[in-house]
Design a protein around this ligand. Structure first.
Ligand code: ZN
Ligand code: ZN
Ligand code: FE
Length: 332
């Protein structure tokens, strides 16, 4: 682990923490020569032994269990960057996506997500365990070996806080889960549903921000991965493989995306009104055009969508149908 001067700085205007982690520029930039020395490939000292899927501490953590004391400022608030950063290496293969893992191996990845969420969430100072997956150079990925990441945070991140607040209010007013309601609306409308199995529905939300944004909701009202039964974990593994396979079949190239898992916080409070889900944000708006969140999105927080979610969902469903024709792997 590198020496690093990390601290949390509070933005009193937007009311959010910023993780200030100096020396992060030392992160590896993978070049052709360096591929031979991939730290996650067999033979690397970091990944010795027998494993299918493996979690490791991040070598360049922005948050650590014993962070240095932050600089005290006479006006601004700071806090120690206490927490943990881990990587979850999904396979020994250097290339590939979630859809390239077998169903069993993808289920092992889901199990490890759940296990790390529970273990790190159990630490007193960890209020939120955020699991995500960045894929593709346009997303800024420097290490191509398939992996997810985990940030154990000493605060609830703002997007999740907004989701919690709206679902708490909805529950209080209507006596039901907002996410369960959205799920039933999406299933009833049907036009934005991209894929569904027994336990999960994958849809492009009515209010999507990204052109091919897909949300994956469990049909059962649960707040976190550890609550999923084994058969439901297989269903989640199937859904995640399917969504990534659909993306990769859409334009005929391996689609970059950000995948995030939204679960309840781990601060010990009651979040029975919340609902576990996974969100995918691919940055493309067509085969050769990227969507750049710019002035209106970054400066105002208001997103524009250059098509209709219904059209884009139709494209994804067509890609799914082609996938079914091409590959026996995805036959129901
Ligand atoms: Zn590798
Ligand atoms: Zn629900
Ligand atoms: Fe969400």
């Amino acid at each position: 682990m590198r020496e690093q001067s990390s601290e949390l700085r509070w933005n009193p205007i937007l009311r959010e923490w910023v993780i200030v982690a100096a020396r992060r520029e030392e992160r590896p930039v993978e070049s052709v020569e360096e591929i031979e020395r991939c730290p996650f490939c067999p033979g690397s000292p970091e990944v010795e032994g027998e494993w299918d899927v493996l979690s490791l501490p991040n070598k360049y953590p922005a948050l650590t269990p014993n962070p240095p004391s932050p600089v005290r400022h006479w006006f601004y608030r700071t806090k120690p960057a206490m927490g943990a950063c881990e990587v979850i290496i999904e396979t020994k293969e250097h290339e590939g996506d979630l859809c390239d893992l077998s169903l069993e191996k993808m289920k092992n990845v889901v199990d490890l997500y759940a296990e790390r969420y529970e273990e790190l969430g159990g630490l007193g100072h960890v209020k939120y365990v955020f699991i995500f997956r960045n894929k593709g150079e346009v997303i800024g990925v420097t290490l191509h070996h398939p992996h997810s990441q985990l940030y154990a945070l000493p605060f609830i991140p703002p997007l999740v806080a907004r989701e919690l607040e709206s679902s708490r209010r909805y529950f209080r007013r209507r006596g039901e889960c907002l996410f369960c309601r959205v799920l039933s609306v999406e299933r009833k409308d049907g036009v934005r549903v991209v894929y569904e199995n027994r336990d999960f529905t994958c849809f492009l939300p009515f209010y999507a921000r990204w052109p091919y944004e897909v949300h994956v909701y469990p049909k059962r009202h649960v707040q976190s991965l550890p609550e999923l039964r084994h058969d439901e974990r297989f269903s989640l593994a199937d859904a995640l493989r399917r969504v990534t396979a659909i993306y990769n079949s859409l334009f005929g190239f391996s689609m970059p995306y950000i995948m995030v898992i939204h679960q309840r916080p781990t601060d010990g409070r009651d979040y029975r009104y919340y609902h576990l889900h996974v969100e995918f944000y691919p940055p493309y708006r067509s085969r050769d055009k990227l969507k750049y969140p710019a002035g209106i999105e970054r400066g105002a927080g208001t997103w524009t969508y250059d098509a209709t979610p219904e059209e884009k969902a139709e494209e994804l469903r067509k890609a799914a149908a082609q996938l079914n024709e091409r590959s026996v792997m995805y036959r129901g």
